[in-house]
Every structure is written in C-alpha cells, then in structure tokens.
Design a protein around this ligand. Structure first.
Ligand code: CP3
Length: 341
C-alpha cells in the first residue's frame, strides 16, 4: 500500500483534506543537482541508465513534499525505439537528422518489441519504486501519437508545427499509418509500465492545441482514445492536452480518470466543459512562478478555491521553466500542502 495516496484518491474522485500536488517537468533543469549531472552525462544517457534516471526522479522528491513522482525519461524514447534516431542537441533540443516525409519513410518505421527496445525504462521503474519505498505513487507517461508525429516529421521543435500539419493534410494515409504505429507501440509500452508498478499513466498531448477542433479529432483524439481504452482496465489514465480546452467535453467521456488543463482556460470554464464527474489537473501559468513567493501563495489559494479541493490535482499548466528559482517552486508546492478549507 502507498502511504501518501492523496493523488490516487483525487483520481478516484474521493473526498480529500487538500488537493495533491506535483509539477510537470519537476525532474528537470530548474534543480541545481540536475544541472550538475547534466555536465557529466548527455540527456539520453541519463534516460537509459536506470541508476541515473531513478536518481533524477527522486531529486525533487528529496527537496519538496510532493504527492507524486514522475519517472525521469522523455516522450522521444518511443520513436527512438521505433527506429528514429533522435538526439538532444545543446541549445536546439530534440533533433532528428532524417525526418519522416512520405509513405516510404513511414513504412520503414517499426512497431518494436518494447521489452527489447525500452527495457531500460522498465528497469528504471523497478529501481525507482525500490527507492520510493511506497511513500508516494509513481506516474508513468508517454507522448500522444500526434505530439510524437510532430517531432518525427519536423525533426525538431517548432512554433506552430506547420510541417507536421502539412504532412497530415497532404498525405493523410501516411499520417494515419504513422499515428497507428505510434499508438500500438505506446499501448504496449504503457501496459508494461503498469505491470512494472506505476500507479497511473499520463499522456502528454503537448501540441494538440495546434489543430482545429475537427482536425484534432482526426489526427489526435481518436488515437488517444485507443490508448485510454487499452489502459483504463489496468490503471488510471490522465490526458493532458495543451491548448485543447475545446475538446474537454469529449475527453471527459473517454474513460480517463483526469484531464490536465493549461492556464488559458479558467477553472470555471474547464469545469463547465468537463462536467463534475472527472478530476481536473493544472493549471498555474509556469511563468507565474517568477512572481514573489507571497504572490504565488495567494494565486495558489485562489486556484484551489476556484477548482474546488475535491476531484482536483494542483499542478502547473505546462512544464516548469528552467530559470525558476527553487524557492518559488517550493512556495507553489507548500501553498498546496498547507492549504486549509
Ligand atoms: O516531468 C518530469 O520531470 C519527467 C521528465 C520529462 C522530461 N520530458 C524530461 C526532459 C517529461 C515528462 C518529458 C516530456 C516531454 N518531452 C514532453 C511533453 C511535456 C511537455 O513539456 O510538453 C515533450 C514535448 C518532450 C520533448 C522534449 N524533451 C523537448 C521539446 C525537450 C527540449 C526542450 C527543453 O525543455 O529543453 C526535451 C528535453 C528534456 N526532457 C529535458 C528534460 C529534463 C531538458 C534536457 C536538458 O536540458 O538536459
């Protein structure tokens, strides 16, 4: 049994004394100990070595009273396992030398055996669970098929992912074949994470909001729904769609336990769109962690009051930024932990 099960209670919709809190990208560059390790090992080495990945996962947990840990890894380990050689380049971010651009490229993409290609992630889960010693739940994650396609086709980050959109709109057959291959790999990957002992899985659809509501259905949502259908008999599924407020109604009927929302939607509107039955997670503007600790505390109180303490997981509306002072992140977390009705 997990000693602090606030996060799981919120996912089950149970009454809690205060909402649970964790931060997207909490195992990341805002921590000096993470930056120190970065000088010694490159990014994907840190993902591939279970002793490093588990240590990084624990870094924020050792500092702050967080209610959940998220495994240190990256969404791009999945397309790597499918044969696409992503690197992480200094000052550039993700980089794929030969991006996918046509049907012939898509046909070459593999649906791999996840034990052969991603065994290091499962080993990292095992080691992390030993270190967590049942104190708090561990969250597993994957990128949404659409968000992964964005990187496979663009070959790097982008402001608007118009190359990925052009690919979908001009070569829909190739796009759907690639999306289905990513979906099949992701389902096998997440199932194995659950078998290894993660308590919930979160799907990051970071670039879903780049699509119109109609295109979102066709190129993103239908594949996320397949993932939810496959995983929900086994665990809690959380779907975070950045900029996807327009889909909250449909998402709320998907069988997911919770939906992540970003800061461009008010708590009241998110509730109105998603209904009262599903747990919501979010949505503090990551840039607002540059405000003073005192302002952060006031804004967090307001956020909890407006979402309501039940069926709610306090979080940011997207990943924490690298230049956030550690004490400001701490003020955010403590404001939730110390919250009283
Ligand atoms: O939340 C956590 O702390 C767990 C670890 C985690 C990372 N990436 C580590 C990471 C998670 C959950 C991710 C998910 C991820 N990766 C997403 C979805 C969430 C989101 O933020 O939208 C995306 C789109 C990626 C792809 C990715 N990885 C990009 C675009 C970048 C470069 C941009 C950046 O922030 O530097 C990464 C690198 C990355 N992934 C870092 C970390 C800690 C920074 C690496 C470094 O500088 O050493």
């Amino acid at each position: 049994m997990i000693k602090n099960d606030l996060y799981l209670k919120a996912l089950r919709g149970e009454t809690v004394e205060r909402p649970p809190v964790w931060m997207m990208r909490q195992a990341g560059r805002f921590l000096p100990e993470f930056r120190a390790m970065r000088d010694r090992y490159d990014f994907f080495t840190r993902c591939r070595r279970p002793e490093l990945a588990s240590e990084i996962t624990l870094m924020p947990i050792r500092r702050f009273p967080l209610d959940a840990a998220i495994l240190f890894s990256d969404i791009l380990v999945v397309p790597q396992a499918m044969g696409l050689d992503f690197e992480m380049r200094e000052g550039v971010g993700p980089w794929l030398e030969n991006p996918v651009s046509n049907m012939a490229d898509v046909e070459k993409v593999e649906v791999p055996n996840v034990d052969d290609t991603l065994g290091y992630v499962f080993d990292a889960i095992e080691l992390t669970l030993q270190k967590l010693d049942n104190e708090i739940p561990l969250i597993g994650f994957a990128g949404s098929p659409w968000t992964i396609l964005c990187y496979c086709v663009e070959g790097k980050g982008s402001k608007n992912f118009d190359v990925a959109k052009t690919f979908c709109f001009t070569q829909p057959e190739a796009a759907h074949l690639l999306l289905q291959k990513i979906t099949d790999t992701t389902i096998a990957y997440l199932k194995r994470k659950v078998e290894k002992g993660v308590s919930a899985v979160q799907v990051f659809d970071s670039w879903g909001g780049m699509l119109s509501p109609e295109d979102y259905q066709e190129f993103s949502w239908q594949y996320i729904q397949q993932i939810v259908d496959a995983l929900k008999p086994l665990t809690h599924v959380v779907v975070f769609g950045k900029g996807c407020w327009f889909a909250l109604d449909e998402m709320s009927k998907s069988g997911a336990s919770a939906l992540g929302v970003d800061w461009t939607v008010s708590p009241e509107n998110a509730r109105k769109l998603a209904g009262n039955e599903i747990t919501l997670q979010g949505n503090f503007d990551p840039s607002r962690l540059h405000s003073t600790p005192e302002t952060i505390r006031k804004m967090v109180d307001d956020m909890i009051r407006r979402f309501g303490k039940d069926r709610y997981i306090a979080n940011l509306g997207h990943g924490i930024l690298p230049n956030i002072p550690v004490e400001n992140a701490e003020a955010f977390i403590r404001a939730v932990v110390d919250w009283k009705e």
